[in-house]
Design a protein around this ligand. Sequence first.
Ligand code: SF4
Ligand code: SF4
Length: 94
Amino acid sequence: MTGKIIFGGAGDLPISPFTKGSMVFNKTCAWRNIKPVIDINSCSKCMICWKFCPETAIDIIDGRPAIDYDYCKGCGICAAECPGKAIKMTAEEK
Ligand code: SF4
Ligand code: SF4
């Protein structure tokens, strides 16, 4: 198979385990040098970013994605997968 698979929303993706698990003791934010910022006005609330985040660092609050910067490692997967380009990776402030 070649090319990118396009998902309409998180409901199109398989069910997967979703917990911070042992990561609550290992704040992966220490690895980050760029961070994702969501433009909530451009967000369709599809929750694909929530589904793809490998650190379970995106929570759903009031039906919207919210990044937990204690655990976001700045990998950029959420920004790459966001169909509406609502997530921009920006330089981390130190
Ligand atoms: S930020 Fe992007 S991927 Fe995440 S819910 Fe909004 S539109 Fe979907
Ligand atoms: S940059 Fe990576 S770790 Fe951070 S919220 Fe996006 S997908 Fe998750």
